[in-house]
Design a protein. Structure first.
Lengths: 334, 64
């Protein structure tokens, strides 16, 4: 008998929660394929190390962009491998709850459920990421009070107001951590004339990236390929430069939070001032982001205890209480 | 004999219809009970089990 699963199929990372066991898998959403044969060569951490460093016949790709499936076939194969790795076989078909961005289209929704069913799931249900995040962050969403959660993922940023077990207001933008990495890549290319890879841009973000000025700022040496000469070159980047480079992306995220606050019923507005907003997702770990949102909204921002795991924990709770929480699933609301 | 058989079939069909209709028609309390069950399952106490399970696993990993 298969144990039911909850999957946070994120643009950046994939986490799997197994009923009765907890989180059994946490790794990057990357798959490496042989371009000629289509054979899967690696997934997860192993494939992530290959990004930008593969010979011509290998391609290491992220099959999800902006929270949506960009390559159905590759995603299906990735889900199939995930299920195999957590012990699902052809004869044991579990129920699966998958977390997806709330702004997903009907076509994308069907693509995810079809991919899961074809990969071996007996039943696949979807739950919105901000709802799962609120459950996983242990917010009192069963009470008639406004709980605001901001989930900043790799490809999407979603803000939701939740009360009495349901979403009251929601705002989502297809902008996330990867757009911050892209902005850094573009800035370094434009201003310093060197090309850097996706992984280097991410390392710069983690090392010196910030959304607002922070104490103990340091500079970073970055190496890439000179666009004019084609030779390796090293430049020094400052935190101010990175803040300037990523400002457009940060502004879009902050504006979506403001729009969500504006959509919320006035009765709940006072709850936010008292209880604050909760930040979850890997993007929320960017230095100074909580302070910047707090400054621009005048609402306190708190960091969840487990920002990276909150979404899969919420979906895990749904799989543990499948029948009672059926109305949480997209397309099941009554 | 045939008439008795027809009567039995009709009775069985009626019982089925009554059963299906009674299961499909929500009683006035169904919605309330369902909603209560939904909120109970979302209470922090109900969720503690999942969070504890993950924290225990993390502690075990740290200890190993």
């Amino acid at each position: 008998m298969a144990r039911d699963l909850a999957i946070d199929l994120g643009t950046a990372n994939t986490l799997v929660y197994m009923k009765g066991r907890g989180i059994v898998l946490n790794e990057p959403s990357v798959i490496a394929l042989n371009r000629q044969t289509g054979e899967v060569l690696a997934t997860g951490h192993e494939a992530w190390h290959m990004i930008g460093r593969t010979p011509g016949y290998i391609v290491a790709v992220r099959p999800l962009r902006g929270g949506a499936i960009t390559d159905f076939d590759v995603t299906e194969r990735m889900i199939r491998l995930l299920l195999q790795r957590v012990g699902v076989s052809r004869f044991t078909r579990p129920k699966v709850v998958i977390c997806v961005p709330s702004a997903i289209t009907e076509v994308e929704r069907r693509a995810v459920t079809d991919a899961a069913r074809r990969a071996g799931a007996a039943d696949a249900q979807l739950i919105e990421q901000p709802m799962a995040a609120a459950i996983g962050a242990n917010l009192p969403i069963d009470e008639p009070v406004g709980n605001m959660v901001i989930d900043i993922g790799g490809g999407t940023s979603e803000t939701a107001v939740i009360s009495l077990g349901g979403i009251v207001a929601l705002e989502a933008v297809r902008v996330g951590s990867f757009d911050i990495d892209n902005a850094i890549q573009n800035y370094v290319r434009r201003e310093h004339g060197i090309a850097i890879g996706e992984r280097t841009a991410e390392e710069i973000k983690v090392a010196i990236g910030s959304a607002a000025e922070t104490p103990d700022e340091v500079e970073a040496e970055v190496s890439g390929r000179d666009l004019m000469q084609g030779l390796p070159k090293t430049v020094v980047l400052t935190p101010e430069e990175i803040r300037y480079a990523i400002d457009d992306v940060i502004t879009q995220i902050v504006q979506s939070v403001v729009r969500c606050l504006a959509k919320a019923p006035p009765e709940l507005a006072q709850d936010f001032l008292v209880r604050g907003m909760y930040l979850v997702g890997g993007g929320g770990l960017l230095r100074g982001l909580a302070e910047r949102i707090e400054r621009e909204t005048q609402v306190p921002v708190r960091m969840s205890n487990m920002p990276l795991e909150a979404v899969v924990l919420g979906a895990g709770h749904c799989i543990e209480n499948y029948d009672a929480l059926k109305r949480m699933f997209m397309g099941q609301r009554r | 004999m045939t008439a008795a058989l027809v009567v039995v079939v009709i009775v069985i069909a009626l019982v089925f219809v009554v059963l299906i209709v009674s299961r499909r028609t929500p009683t006035s309390n169904d919605g309330v009970d369902d909603f209560r069950r939904h909120l109970d399952a979302l209470s922090p106490e109900a969720r503690q089990q999942v969070i504890d399970r993950v924290q225990h696993l993390e502690e075990d990993d740290d200890g190993a």
